[in-house]
Write a protein that binds this ligand. Sequence first.
Ligand code: H79
Length: 468
Amino acid sequence: MTIHLFRGITCAAVTMSLLSLGLASCQSTMSQPTVAAGKASLPPRGTTTELDETPEQRNERMKWWREAKFGMFIHWGVYSVPAGTYDGKQIAGIGEWIMNRAKIPCEVYQQYAKVFNPVKYDPDAWAALAHEAGMRYIVITSKHHDGFALFPTAASKWNVVDATPYGQDLIGPLSTAARNRGLHFGLYYSQAQDWNNPGGAAAGGHWDKLQDSKTMDEYIDAVAVPQVREILTRYQPAVLWWDTPKDMNPERAEKLRALLSLDPGVITNNRLGGGYKGDTETPEQRIPATGFVDRDWETCMTMNGTWGYKSYDQNWKSTEDLVRKLCDIVSKGGNFLLNVGPTSEGLIPEASVERLKEVGKWMKVNGEAIYATTASPFAKLDFGRCTKKVTDRGTTLYLLVFDWPKDGKLMLPGLRNKVATATLLATGASLSTHNSDAGVVVSVPAEMPDPIVTVVKVELIGALNITE
Ligand code: H79
C-alpha cells in the first residue's frame, strides 16, 4: 500500500528503490488511487479502471493479461471485400478506412456486404495459429468504424446475419475456438465512429446525408449501448478494446462504462473517451522509448501497412523484426498485440501465417524469457534487451541478445550480484561469468546461436543489486 506514495515519481527511480528492497518493479506493483469514501453514486473518474475495486482486486483482475505478453489482433469486416481498391483506384492508407478515405456513400458501401461470404472461415484454424505463434489472447473487431457488426444484433440491420449471404455469427465460433485452445478472447468495438449507423461519428465529418439523419446521442442510445450490452452478455470477452473517442463526452462515455459490470473481470483500454483512462495505454504502430510509468500498456501493430486486408500490400515486416519488437516491448513492461487482416473468404494471408509460425518456433524455445516477465532493470544495454523474473528465491535475468559481441563478452552494467548460473536458454549450455568493477560479464561463444534473438539466462543470488 505504501506504493501509493510513489505515484508521480519516475518509474526508474521507484524501480531502483523497490528493487533494493527486494520488491518487484512498477509493472507488477502498479496501483491506483484509493476511491474517495462517500461518493457511492458516481463512479470515480480518471482513475485507472473506473471500477470500484481495491488495488489487490485490480492486480488479480490484470494478472493473466500481465503474464500473457503476446496477443493476436484481428481486423475483419466488409472492407475486406474492396480490399483497398474503389472505383478502379487503389486507395492510400489503412484498408479498413476505405469508406472514409474514398467518401463512399453508405448505400454503395453496403453493397459490399452482399458479397461478403467467408465460406473458408475456420475459427479453430485461427485459434490454432495464434496458439502456435505463442500468443495467449485474441482481440477481434466486433464492429469497426464502418459500423458493420460481425455478430447478430437487434440494434441494427447492418450486421453479418442480416446483411450478408453468409448469414451467421462470426464472433461466437471464434470465442469458443479460442477458449478451447486456452486463449483469452477479447473484442474490439468502435463505440464513437460509425459511418453507416446514422448519428455515429466520422473523422473528417460526415459525407452522406444518411449519417446526419440522427444525432450522436441517438446513435449512442440506439446502437452503441445495446450492442455493447449484447456482446458483453453473450460473449463475456476478457478484453473490451475501445477505439477513437471522436465526439465522446463524459455523458456518452458513462453510458458505455456503466455496462462493464455485465462482464466481471473485463479489461478495457484507454480509448473510451469522456475522461476515462481504462486499464491500459495503447501506443499504436509504435514502441514507446521507455514504457509507461505506473500504467499497464500494449503496443498494437500491423505486420504489413494495414489492419484490414488490402490485396496489394506486401510491405511485410520480417520474422526477425517481429520477434525483436516483441522483445523490445516486453523489456519495457508492455504487451504486443500483433494484427492479422483476413480476406473476405475468411483466410489469414499466407505471409502472416508464415511469419507467425516462425515467431512460434522462436517462442517455443524462448518463451520462458517472455511470459510472466517484468521490465528490464537496466537503462541501456549494448547488446540488446533484458527481461526479469523476481521470486522469493532470487532474480532471473533473460538477456535478449540482438547484437552478438565481437569480443565474446556481454556486459551487465552496474550489476553487483553474484551469479548462480548462466546458460544459453535454448540448449542449457553453461556460460562463465565474472564480477568486474563495471558490472557482471558473461562470456559467450564466438558464433551467435540464434540469429533472430539469442537468449542468455542468468540466475542471480539474492535481491537484485544494481549501482552505477
Ligand atoms: O483499428 C485500427 C485503426 O483503424 C484505428 N485504430 C487501429 C487499432 C485507427 N483509427 N484511427 N486511427 C487509427 C488513426 C489514423 C487515422 C488515419 Fe486517416 C486514417 C490516417 C489515415 C487514415 C483520418 C483519416 C486521418 C487522416 C485520414
